[in-house]
Design a protein around this ligand. Structure first.
Ligand code: WQD
Length: 326
């Protein structure tokens, strides 16, 4: 099989490319390089520069490379930006997917793995979020991911395309320093940035109904997440007609304060955090039930919080050498 990986030059996409090639799969990357970096892609993997909104270009790539499966990660992913710029998010994430699916079905591609998000759940009021927990997204970003799942599932039902939507929880870490997340829009890199500037890490609210008052999330190592894509791709190619929706998390809740304590221990900075007001729209607790993915794909995360933070810090130091403690 040959897999087209859209967004394969991005932080998560590049990890998926590496995991797929290491597992012996043939891969082609399709990326508009708006945030992707082609140097993240192994040299022997072709990189085609293009947008999923360009159906003709997608159709040519599918034909030229004899593509038999697609892993679709190309998307805009910033919650705050999506609130300010909803039409852009709907165009990139929903219309881009619709155009891609048109080309995919016309080319007779058999398998489609879709990058979804825990953002589809919004503010779930449950201890562990299962795939049956109602989806009430709180942002245009989350809405585009939920609409994307609908598009993917409806297309599968109508055409026989085998599909999987993977709902990522909070992704962190790096398989190697070069592949690290260069964005500073999530907790781990935001704390690293503060420490690098010799400023205290910030806790956005410590009056939540949780044991230490700070928000709880389910953090997952990006290398584990990438391996889940390999498992999903293989499951779809070996059994046509699948329709999977799966949480990809560890099923373990970690509070913001626990994260910052671990980051301080790993980095050696030991800077006490400061508490600021709540960030609007943050749910108190979002932790996955990872039972269904274990059952359906025989996949389970192998790396722990320490692995995530250590590898993320090595990546941060690679790109920010001034952050090193002397
Ligand atoms: C985690 C916790 C913050 C920074 C978002 C999207 C989600 C997915 C992942 C894309 C929250 C707190 C953060 C800081 C803090 N995105 N925090 N101080 O909001 O759980 O999820 O990213 O697919 O869809 O919603 O992740 O890393 O921004 O925040 O206290 O300096 O850390 O308030 O409780 P979030 P996050």
């Amino acid at each position: 099989m040959t897999w087209l990986i859209t967004g394969g030059a991005g932080y998560i996409g590049a990890h998926v490319v590496h995991a797929m090639t290491e597992a012996g799969e043939r891969v082609v990357v399709y990326d508009d390089l708006s945030t992707g970096i082609s140097e993240r892609v192994p040299r022997d993997v072709p990189v085609v520069v293009g947008s999923t909104l360009d159906g003709d270009r997608v159709a040519r790539v599918l034909a030229e490379h004899d593509v038999t499966g697609v892993v679709h990660l190309a998307a805009k992913k910033q919650v705050g930006e999506s609130v300010e710029w909803p039409l852009h998010y709907y165009r990139e994430n929903v219309e881009g997917l619709r155009v891609l699916l048109e080309a995919v079905t016309a080319a007779g591609v058999g398998a489609f793995v879709f990058s979804s998000s825990a953002a589809v759940y919004g503010m779930p009021d449950v201890n562990l979020v299962t795939e049956e927990t109602p989806c009430v997204p709180m942002s245009p970003y989350g809405e585009t991911k939920l609409a994307g799942e609908w598009l993917v599932r409806a297309t599968g039902r109508a055409t026989g395309l085998s599909t999987a939507s993977l709902r990522y929880f909070n992704v962190a870490g790096a398989a190697s320093p070069e592949l690290a997340d260069l964005g500073v829009s999530n907790l781990v890199p935001m704390v690293f940035e503060q420490l690098t500037e010799h400023a205290p890490p910030r806790i956005f609210g410590d009056d939540y109904p949780t044991p230490d008052g700070t928000c709880i999330r389910d953090y997952i190592h990006v290398a584990d997440l990438a391996e889940a894509h390999v498992a999903a791709a293989r499951a779809l190619s070996s059994s046509p007609g699948r329709d999977l929706t799966l949480n990809i998390g560890r099923g373990e809740g970690v509070s913001v304060r626990e994260m910052i304590d671990t980051i301080n221990a790993v980095t050696g900075y030991d800077t006490p955090p400061t508490v600021t007001s709540r960030r609007p729209g943050d749910p108190a607790r979002v932790v996955a039930s990872a039972d269904r993915v274990a059952r359906e794909l025989d996949w389970k995360a192998r790396r722990d919080l320490h692995d995530m933070i250590t590898s993320a810090w090595q990546g941060w130091l690679h790109h920010h050498p001034e952050a090193a403690r002397t």
